[in-house]
Design a protein. Structure first.
Length: 63
């Protein structure tokens, strides 16, 4: 699940470094945005997993 977030972070870091190396401020900003987007995806995945865990722990085993 977190692979999408990690991929965005890696892609963003590469864009940021390319932007810094070439002096392209727009590319650098795009890279930072991609990294932030990856972090949000990771956070959302983590929250979803925690919610599913809570749901599972609240279920009663009637067997």
């Amino acid at each position: 699940m977190g692979d999408d977030g990690n991929m965005d972070k890696l892609k963003g870091k590469a864009k940021e470094m390319l932007g810094k190396a070439t002096g392209d401020e727009r590319k650098e900003a795009e890279g930072k945005t991609d990294q932030a987007k990856g972090g949000v995806k990771d956070t959302m995945d983590s929250m979803k997993e925690r919610a599913e865990g809570m749901k599972d722990s609240l279920k009663r085993d009637d067997s």
